[in-house]
Write a protein that binds this ligand. Structure first.
Ligand SMILES: [Zn+2]
Ligand SMILES: [Zn+2]
Length: 400
């Protein structure tokens, strides 16, 4: 599947040397972001650290970008026209946990990759960009918002890596709808005249039971999970308002949407049974399933394997989560490989992963990942056959 590379414009040793020279700054930036975790769309300190570094390295920086205060686009124009390749940087943290997803490594490694690429080939054709994509966690949908604002128009390919407890060139991601089901009833005294009330909480309970009844009759790849976000205010009042927040996921957006329609019918059926009303709304945009580009992913794999990283494609049968990279992967060729920075079995979004994301080992691995991304960027710019093979795979998937 992967085209064997002709002799590259920048030899592997020269590229590794460029990334190694950037290692001290990369690690400083990473540790500073890690030490000051910022939640979605509040990542101003991380944005400043990254854009200052990129500006010093000769990139033209636009910040904010695409209507998001903490996004940025840093571009390095080449000497001749050519492809536009973007490295993506995520830098948001999780509430209560901090950098338990290791986005400090994504951001600093991504910037290092782009800077190394242009240092290794200052007269490169085309454009190398680092696009700062804030708000990936908590349904922030930063990449979806930036794409809607046109930030990815004209981008030929986008690359990033994600830290993990194992190394995978590809991995699938589920489509996910983010829903809120609100029930409205009638309040009443819970002892003196409950018959005058209509309980929204009873509707929420019945709704969760309805989802459990539905579960046996949905595809085994689907996931429906939620919490009660409003269950009333006082035990002696029949609750007039209640709400359930839930995610509906499956392998494709179409299948997830079909399930959403069934969930909506369940909500309205429950409302009828409890003499309440139901309103279904979205708490954020739908995350699309991930379309992996194996030509791109395998070039990254070859590069990091040569640097000692044991990396294989992910098994499509294993359970997965969802990310806004899925939506981007439907618009243009992308890679989102995983690089092991923590002991196998370390859960994502955990305190253990947060600690792992600040070790020397994690930064050694980020250096390798940055070299892999820089290689993919340079080959996309300088090897026309590579970009056309990447594009052909993307177009073939589009035609399905
Ligand atoms: Zn993440
Ligand atoms: Zn995460």
């Amino acid at each position: 599947m992967s085209a064997a590379a002709p002799s590259p414009a920048v030899p592997p040793r020269a590229l590794s040397a460029e990334v190694a020279a950037l290692r001290p700054r990369m690690e400083r930036v990473s540790r500073a972001i890690h030490a000051e975790p910022e939640l979605k769309f509040e990542e101003f300190a991380a944005q400043k650290l990254l854009t200052e570094w990129l500006a010093e390295a000769g990139f033209a920086v636009a910040a904010p970008a695409g209507g998001l205060g903490t996004a940025f686009v840093a571009t390095h124009e080449g000497s001749t026209p050519g492809p536009y390749v973007a490295v993506l940087a995520e830098y948001d943290a999780l509430p209560g946990i901090g950098h338990g997803c290791g986005h400090n490594l994504i951001a600093s490694g991504g910037a290092a990759a782009a800077i190394a690429a242009v240092r290794a080939l200052p007269d490169h054709p085309g454009t190398v960009a680092v696009i700062g994509t804030p708000g990936e966690e908590m349904g922030g949908a930063g990449k979806i918002r930036l794409a809607r604002a046109g930030v990815f128009d004209g981008v030929d390919a986008a690359v990033m890596f994600h830290p993990a407890d194992r190394s995978l060139t590809t991995r699938h991601g589920l489509a996910a709808a983010h829903l809120r089901v609100g029930f409205t009833g009638v309040s009443a005294h819970a002892a003196k005249s409950p018959w005058e009330g209509r309980s929204a909480l009873a509707a929420a309970q019945l709704f969760l039971n309805a989802l459990d009844s539905l579960r046996q009759f949905m595809p085994p790849t689907a996931r429906i999970h939620g919490i009660v976000t409003d269950g009333g205010q006082a035990p002696n009042v029949v609750p007039a308002d209640a709400a359930v927040d839930l995610y509906v996921r499956d392998r494709t957006a179409a299948s997830a949407e079909a399930l959403v329609a069934r969930v909506e019918r369940a909500a309205h059926g429950v409302a009828m049974a409890t003499e309440t009303t139901a309103e279904v709304s979205e708490t954020g945009p739908m995350y699309a399933d991930r379309r992996n580009n194996t030509v791109l992913a395998e070039r990254f794999g070859q590069t990091v394997r040569a640097l000692g990283l044991d990396i294989v494609p992910g098994d499509p049968a294993t359970p997965a989560g969802s990310s806004d990279i899925g939506n981007l992967s439907q618009l243009l060729p992308v890679i989102h490989p995983y690089v092991q920075i923590a002991e196998r079995g370390t859960p994502g979004h955990s305190e253990a992963m947060r600690e792992a994301a600040a070790t020397a080992y994690a930064h050694d691995r980020t250096e390798i990942a940055a070299t892999g991304l820089a290689r993919v960027v340079l080959d996309l710019l300088t090897e026309p056959g590579f970009l056309s093979a990447v594009r052909a795979e993307f177009d073939a998937a589009e035609a399905v």
